[in-house]
Design a binder for this molecule. Structure first.
Ligand code: ADP
Ligand code: MG
Length: 243
């Protein structure tokens, strides 16, 4: 039997801004149900990579596939809303004028009762069913974050892209929300590309880490292997603040 396609595959993705190459020949693949962390210091090109996969920016060269189907190369481009890709960005706020129910149902196109059932299932799962008729401003930051996760997962995206989704949260809450988020992503079987500049977050959440520096992937592997055998001095230094 042929091996299944990776859920997400990017090949030789490159992006230049004003003559400077900020994403340089990046290739990655994510297996179904896996969480891959794109880890690297600020400015190394992580968000730019995610934006191209999401379809809100266009690469100068390279290809993007979901389930083995081409979604974008330099001439062919499926629009963002048809890529079956969910997004959770740092400042990806809820719609303030919509209730929690309508926020979570936003990307759904089933019948009213199907949508309602999916919204209730997810809100119940994140412990916020009692807020179904509330407005975002009535919720704490951590609660809004859980609703944003429910909203992103509601349409059952094939791939979820998360760009530093926990960085706006209070330290006290962060570990708990990371663990809950990971548990829910695993239950839903969602494949995830999570961007972070924090080694600790990648160690906690990733099945696989892709270490990025100056636009390139410099090392890939299981978290434990990368932590124990960083590829070079710069990687050692980058990891040295976790203990
Ligand atoms: P990261 O998410 O790893 O912090 P980014 O992908 O946001 O890094 O940025 C990588 C580099 O590309 C940075 O030097 C940034 O200034 C530059 N960059 C990002 N977007 C643009 C843009 N639209 N125009 C010009 N330069 C950009
Ligand atoms: Mg960024």
């Amino acid at each position: 039997m042929a091996a299944p396609h990776p859920r997400l595959e990017i090949q030789h993705l490159t992006r230049r801004f004003e003559g400077k190459t900020v994403v340089d020949d990046v290739s990655l693949s994510i297996q179904p149900g896996h969480v891959t962390c794109l880890l690297g210091p600020s400015g190394c090109g992580k968000s730019t990579t995610l934006r191209m996969i999401a379809g809100v920016d266009m690469q100068d060269s390279g290809n993007i596939y979901v389930d083995g189907n081409l979604v974008c190369d330099t001439v062919f481009r499926i629009p963002p809303e048809r890529r079956s890709i969910g997004l959770m960005f740092q400042d990806f706020a809820l719609f303030p004028h919509l209730t929690v129910e309508r926020n979570v149902a936003f990307g759904l196109n089933g019948t009213r009762s199907e949508n309602r059932a999916r919204v209730e299932q997810l809100l119940d799962r994140v412990g916020l069913l009692h807020f179904i008729d509330a407005y975002p401003h009535e919720l704490s930051g951590g609660e809004q974050q859980r609703v944003a996760l429910a909203r992103a997962l509601a349409p059952k995206p094939r791939v979820m892209l998360m760009d530093e989704p926990f960085s706006g949260l209070d330290n006290r809450l962060r570990d708990g929300i990371r663990d809950e988020t990971l548990a829910l992503l695993k239950e839903e079987g969602t494949s995830v590309l999570l961007v972070t500049h924090e080694p600790e977050e990648a160690m906690r959440m990733a099945d696989e880490i892709a270490l990025m520096r100056e636009g390139r992937i410099v090392q890939r592997g299981a978290p434990y292997n990368i932590y124990n055998a960083p590829a070079d001095k710069a990687a050692v230094a980058f990891f040295s603040d976790i203990n």
